[in-house]
Design a protein around this ligand. Structure first.
Ligand code: 5GP
Ligand code: ZN
Length: 113
């Protein structure tokens, strides 16, 4: 399958990995938007948030759990951080394999920024 993040999961492309377990891979974003910017992806290919089915609920929870664990590891859990999941074109999705952005190490604004 011609999917960038599946290629990373399969190590056809070698990402800068910060966490890996049976179900999840986390690696540094190539174009970081914060001092720490990590992408947390399920090893299972799911194209968009709309394609999550009932069997995937634990997997999706694991993405969020991993984000919190990594925030602790990187030392910004208490200061705060941002997680983002983009869906489809208007949501800003560019890679069609679901992923959670974990960003930390700076102050974020809301809305946007
Ligand atoms: P999206 O826009 O789909 O929510 O996020 C895709 C993310 O993947 C972007 O933040 C982009 O910088 C990142 N990205 C795109 N290509 C690569 C790559 O080859 N390697 C890594 N590590 N990140 C990538
Ligand atoms: Zn994929």
């Amino acid at each position: 399958m011609d999917c960038l993040f599946c290629k990373m999961v399969n190590r056809e492309i070698e990402p800068d990995v910060v966490h890996e377990d049976e179900h999840v891979l986390a690696f540094r974003d190539i174009k970081p938007q914060a001092p720490t910017h990590v992408l947390i992806v399920p090893k299972k290919h799911i194209a968009t948030l709309n394609d999550i089915d009932a069997d995937d609920l634990a997997l999706v929870g694991r993405l969020q759990y991993t984000a919190a664990q990594l925030a602790r590891k990187f030392g910004f859990a208490d200061d705060g951080y941002r997680v983002v999941m983009n869906c489809n074109e208007q949501g800003g999705q560019t890679v069609y394999h679901i992923h959670m952005h974990l960003m930390g190490g700076r102050r974020f604004t809301w809305p946007a920024g």
